[in-house]
Design a protein around this ligand. Structure first.
Ligand SMILES: [Mg+2]
Length: 138
């Protein structure tokens, strides 16, 4: 049984890792405005309807998936990180454009989804399990 000090150290390390991840996983308002400005400077908004943007998101997601094609056991594909960055940016750009075109607040819809997922996947049932919520027991 781990001692209290060991447990505290583990918790601190976990929290520090979360802080680092939070710092890396962010998007500023300026970034969103830059994406929209890029579109507007080219007068491309006229082409951006929800259907074509949804198609574009899927196509870019497929390009992201292509990075992992034939990678075998190498599920992280560290050496392909540049390509992952590029394709993930394409997906995110189209997501921003989709949200803007549909008049959706990205913070609001993501927070709403996290709340819904928290109900579907309560920590006490889902912790450490990968089953779909319909298959969770407990
Ligand atoms: Mg691409």
């Amino acid at each position: 049984m781990p001692c209290l000090l060991h447990t505290l150290k583990t918790v601190c390390l976990f929290e520090k890792r979360l802080e680092i991840q939070k710092a890396r996983c962010k998007m500023t308002k300026e970034t969103i405005e830059q994406v929209l400005k890029f579109r507007d400077e080219r007068n491309w908004k006229q082409f951006h309807n929800p259907k074509d943007l949804a198609i574009s998101i899927c196509l870019e997601a497929a390009e992201l998936l292509e990075v992992f094609q034939w990678s075998g056991d190498d599920v992280w594909c560290e050496e392909k990180k540049d390509k992952i960055r590029e394709e993930l940016a394409d997906v995110l750009n189209y997501c921003i454009l989709m949200a803007d075109t549909c008049g959706l607040d990205m913070d609001e819809i993501i927070q709403e989804k996290v709340r819904k997922n928290a109900e579907k996947y309560p920590v006490e049932k889902a912790y450490g399990h990968k089953e779909k919520y319909t298959g969770l027991r407990g």
